[in-house]
Design a binder for this molecule. Structure first.
Ligand code: 3PG
Ligand code: MG
Length: 377
């Protein structure tokens, strides 16, 4: 038991038992095909452990956001097929979010979900920040445990949060500063330095008085950004140069034209900042090279567009090359590391974007609290 959360060994003997396993198989799909099955593979150790201990395993997951009604677009059929290829003899229930009771944590839905099961395992790290029925409901009634993936994610992320090897460098990017202000503050409480790139840096640069052109900008966050820079400015590293896309240009559409230019910290009118520049990339890489712990969440620019991948690629390479204990928060930065083929070079790639941020911010998750209240805990 870690952090008071029961693990597989804390379950009553699973032999001959029916076990409901909540997984996060919310995988990216394109034209009905899975483009990255990391989340499915990551749950296999738990599933096989249960099978080897004689249990009958049924998995359940959400997929996308069907908003409480059945919708063939969000059917788990392709996921079920992939799971069957990876491990035989496991059932996968249809998308939990086809029922409105999942997201509202409806007790009647919980009762229906656990009917016929003896034990419950949560291995859905990526969904454990949601107080949804399948996450917080079953442990009220069934002996329960965290699966291997959930336990490992918690060990790694709380280890970084609570007791990092120093220097600890946190790298935060992504589009909106409003989404990440709270986690940035939490990180500043523990990290030795913080690097900020991505769309969110323009609200911070704007707060410092720079022009941002038509870059992403959240005027209602300027005061909060000013306060953050006043308090922690010395430990916050912002880009010193920016790559911008000119008037008429379109993201993901080089044929549309639009010039690409390199600026200092100020972006002229009509131009949109879409990546950090080479000087920032090399400064950030040098900071990362000196770290003993690196936590990275959020890309430095629009890396999905090849014209603007350089900043994110440099940071990914710096993280990969460093000898630090390196943790990639899920979501876009995990996708970036995969796009550059660097997964094997980092210590841990989290399967949860939102969940890893919430765990860093609060030090706990609703799914963990629920497991702590299980009858066997
Ligand atoms: C994710 O992909 O972030 C998790 O599966 C949670 O999905 P959600 O953000 O739709 O709750
Ligand atoms: Mg999400």
């Amino acid at each position: 038991m870690q952090h008071g959360v029961p693990e597989l060994e804390d379950l009553p003997d699973p032999s001959g038992k029916a076990v409901l396993v909540r997984v996060d198989f919310n995988v990216p799909l394109s034209d009905g095909r899975i483009t990255d099955d990391l989340r499915i593979r990551a749950a296999l150790p738990t599933i096989t452990w249960l099978q080897e201990h004689g249990a009958t395993v049924t998995c359940c997951t959400h997929l996308g956001r069907p908003r409480g009604e059945p919708n063939p677009k969000y059917s788990v059929t392709p996921v079920r097929a992939r799971l069957a290829e990876l491990v035989p003899g496991v059932e996968l229930l249809e998308n939990l979010r086809f029922d409105p009771g999942e997201e509202t944590d409806d007790p009647a839905f919980v009762a229906k979900l656990i009917e016929g099961y003896d034990l419950y395992v949560n291995d859905a790290f990526g969904a454990s920040h949601r107080s949804h029925a399948s996450i917080v409901g079953p442990p009220k009634f069934l002996p329960s445990a965290a699966g291997r993936l959930l336990a490992r994610e918690v060990e790694v992320l709380l280890g970084v949060r609570n007791d990092p090897a120093r220097p600890f460098v946190a790298v935060v990017g992504g589009s909106k500063v409003s989404d990440k202000l709270a986690v940035i503050e939490a990180l500043l409480g523990v990290a030795d330095s913080l690097i900020i790139g991505g769309g969110m840096c323009f609200t911070l640069l704007g707060a410092l008085g720079h022009s941002v052109g038509s870059s992403l900008f959240e005027p209602d966050q300027v005061d909060a950004c000013k306060a953050l820079l006043d308090t922690y400015g010395g430990r916050i590293n912002l880009p010193t140069d920016i790559v911008g896309l000119g008037p008429g240009g379109k993201l993901f559409d080089p044929a549309a034209g639009g010039e690409v230019r390199h600026f200092g910290r100020s972006v002229p009118d009509g131009w949109m900042g879409v990546d950090i520049g080479p000087e920032s990339a090399s400064t950030f890489s040098a900071i990362i090279a000196d770290a003993a712990t690196v936590l990275w969440n959020g890309p430095m620019g629009v890396f999905e567009d090849a014209r603007f991948e350089a900043g994110t690629r440099s940071v990914a390479e710096a993280v990969a090359e460093s000898r630090a204990f390196s943790v990639i928060g899920g979501g876009d930065s995990a996708a970036a590391v995969a796009q550059f083929g660097l997964q094997a070079e980092v210590s841990h790639v989290s399967t949860g974007g939102g969940a890893s941020l919430e765990l860093i911010e609060h030090g706990d998750l609703p799914g963990l609290a629920a497991l702590r209240g299980a009858p066997n805990a």
